[in-house]
Design a protein around this ligand. Structure first.
Ligand SMILES: [Zn+2]
Length: 465
């Protein structure tokens, strides 16, 4: 099964509510050599940690502005990333070969990305002393240009260890227990080596893909953007998209509500990236494709199924937040309907199971909670043919008019919205869409005036969500 309700897949980048309003991390960073040793910072002692024990180990001389000193370490690290200065980046780390390997990998990832913003800020009240070092929560801001409309905030926890000369270096960026409790969805560049490839309006992020496969995916998305931009009447998405095609399932696995719970069963899925947990602003809508599609992406011939799937996901990107409050039959119907428009009618296939259901008679519109159930391919095809019925009855803009009717009445009962707009029930709309599907794909008894569309053989996978 390949379908996915976009609106339900909201990436929670972090699960920690940050008290950043009271941060002193951007205050003056004087570090007079005469300054008294810093008082132990307030904070929750680590289990088994040294804070509060009768005789903490002696700390080296540190300035009164401990938070400022640690912030300076972070500022140098961020500047090194922005300037792609590997030596400067590694200079901010202690001389641990393991740390330099893992952090060098992160540097190689992050500096492939087109960064409009990259900065990190210490949350001073999070500082916890551990022997002679300090653990602190770090808020990271990262904005992909021109793909994110605002920076995306995430958090991590670093350990800062004193140097012989009185400064600090980062001695760990990994605290598995804390991360398990506080990190939500991590981006692929945070967790594994990635290959980043850009095209016209496309940022592709890959792990196992070779260069031809990555180029094939980027080219498919370029074609899709050109098609979808001409058909979807919204411009806010800027005809741009970020696509992931990852063999490592951890990224999709980290979403709590994947249908069926199996990321490896999905062909494609669009997801939103919020600016932060305490921020409802959406920085961008991105989509992920199954790594199973990489071989066809690398083939010389354009794969029509891949391109159709890509167009489907791009419709979700282009529609963005407009479909957050609409039923799945409409958001998925729009994506399916637009995705087939580039195909000649005879190539617009519906699954055999959907056609059988339409011929038997469909009585009602599928509800959101059952849309992605075992009959999902029937539901997706029905949703598409509802949009077809709307265009043939009211004109080519009709599906968008229905979408607008929902966005103008957020929170209203979908049944009421449809009845008020069309004058009949949403179930009657489903029956009309199903009837149109059944008659369109009927065995022709006389020579058809237009080429008859075909039906997929039973083994064909349904179009993806
Ligand atoms: Zn979809």
């Amino acid at each position: 099964m390949s379908t996915r309700p976009r609106a339900a897949l909201v990436a929670t980048t972090v699960a920690l509510s940050l008290a950043v309003g009271g941060c002193a991390g951007e205050g003056p960073r004087s570090s007079s050599p005469d300054a008294a040793p810093a008082p132990p910072p307030s904070g929750t002692p680590e289990p088994g940690g040294a804070v509060g024990t009768p005789a903490p180990p002696a700390l080296p001389q540190v300035s009164a502005d401990l938070a400022g000193d640690l912030q300076a370490v972070l500022d140098a690290r961020s500047a090194a990333v922005r300037e792609a200065d590997r030596d400067a980046f590694l200079a901010g780390l202690v001389r641990s070969p393991d740390l330099r390997t893992t952090e060098g990998g992160y540097f190689a990832n992050i500096t492939q990305l087109p960064l409009a913003a990259y900065s990190s800020r210490l949350v001073p009240e999070s500082l916890v002393r551990s022997r002679d070092a300090y653990w602190g929560v770090v808020e990271l801001k990262l904005q992909l240009t021109p793909y994110d409309v605002v920076p995306v905030r995430s958090v991590d926890r670093y350990r800062f260890s004193p140097t012989a000369r009185g400064g600090f270096r980062i001695s760990s960026t990994t605290d598995r227990e804390w991360e398990a409790a506080n990190l939500g969805v991590q981006q692929p560049w945070d967790t594994e080596p990635v290959l980043v490839r850009e095209g016209a309006g496309v940022l592709g992020v890959f792990d196992s893909a070779d260069r031809r496969e990555a180029a094939g995916i980027v080219a498919s998305v370029e074609r899709g953007i050109a098609d979808v931009a001409a058909r979807v009447p919204f411009t806010e998405w800027g005809s741009r998209a970020v696509v992931y095609a990852l063999s490592d399932p951890r990224f999709l696995d980290s979403f709590e509500d994947l249908p069926g719970g199996d990321p490896e069963a999905l062909d494609g899925v669009a997801f939103t990236v919020p600016a932060g947990t305490d921020d409802t602003t959406i920085a961008s809508t991105r989509f992920a494709l199954s790594p199973d599609l990489l071989p066809v992406a690398a083939a010389r011939r354009v794969d029509p199924d891949l391109d159709r799937l890509v167009r489907h996901e791009l419709v979700h990107v282009a529609v963005g937040e407009r479909d957050d409050e609409v039923p799945l039959w409409l958001s998925e119907g729009l994506a399916e309907w637009v995705s087939v428009q580039a195909l000649p009618p005879e190539d617009r296939v519906v699954p055999e199971e959907a056609l059988r259901a339409a011929r038997r008679g469909i009585r009602s519109m599928p509800a959101d909670d059952s849309f992605n159930d075992d009959d999902a391919e029937v539901h997706y095809a029905l949703a598409w043919w509802v949009c077809e019925w709307l265009t043939r009855t009211y004109g080519p803009d009709a599906p968008w008019t229905v979408l607008e009717a929902f966005t103008l009445r957020p929170g209203d009962q979908p049944r009421a919205v449809v009845r008020d707009l069309l004058g009949f029930s949403v179930d009657a709309l489903a029956r009309r869409g199903a009837d149109l599907m059944a008659t369109t794909y009927a065995e022709p008894t006389t020579a058809p005036t237009t080429p008859a569309p075909s039906v997929t053989p039973p083994t064909t996978t349904p179009p993806a969500g």
